[in-house]
Design a protein around this ligand. Sequence first.
Ligand code: IPD
Ligand code: CA
Ligand code: CA
Length: 263
Amino acid sequence: MISPLLLNQIRHIAIETGAYIKQEAISFHTSAIENKGLHDLVSYVDKTAEKRIVESLDLLMPNASFINEESGNIQRQAEYTWIIDPLDGTTNFIHGIPHYCISIALMYQSQIIMGVVHDVATGDLFSAQAGKGSFLNGQAIHVSSRDNLSESLIATGFPVNNFSRIEPTLSVLEQLILNTRGVRRIGTAALDLSYVACGRFDAYYEHGLYPWDVAAGSLIVQEAGGHVSDFSGANQYLFGKEIVAAAPGVYDTILQLLRTYYR
Ligand code: IPD
Ligand code: CA
Ligand code: CA
């Protein structure tokens, strides 16, 4: 049984952790950078933020499992699982670009039922609960009503260390550069999804992502009226390493493009 206060408690944990990350951003030194893989960076800030989030969530729901980006999974008996990205946009953080966030999702069995994305620099708080809509700082949000690709602003991201699909990536990009209002690569999947949810972007797609990148944001898009799927139109976007999220008016066109070049 989920407490009616839970979403608010998650929001508070995100805000508290955001204050820690914001403080560290002031004094952060590049000597603290560690390499997880090619172009895949991390620091004590990501790890400490995750530790704080895990400890706080564990008090709220002691039997839940965890899927954590930095410290690995915690497997328990309960049917609830927290999915956490303590700092989405680490490359931006390390380069002093104020565009990164905290992403916390709660999954029941295999369904995401709550999601919170906190933009640390602006303070924006995106959140959603299954069946109850999406909110930005307490105000209901909706995806855009655009149905014309030529007027749409599209977001994407590029893989950091697996370049096996570079050809379709460039082909889709070429089509979008030619046929849309613009393409953005702003460096945080969770905020890309949240921006689709509130209509700033009309669509977002990326491959090579992990559950912690997309769990909260995908629910926030769906509860705001958007469509979310993998590149074949099926629902394997959480663990399937490919996601497209879009306003209903442009979803079919984007999906068709992805199907054409990625298959
Ligand atoms: C990254 C960001 C980025 C995406 C990368 C992710 P991280 O997450 O979401 O936008 O393109 O693939 O790994 O490493 O900053 O948490
Ligand atoms: Ca991430
Ligand atoms: Ca991260």
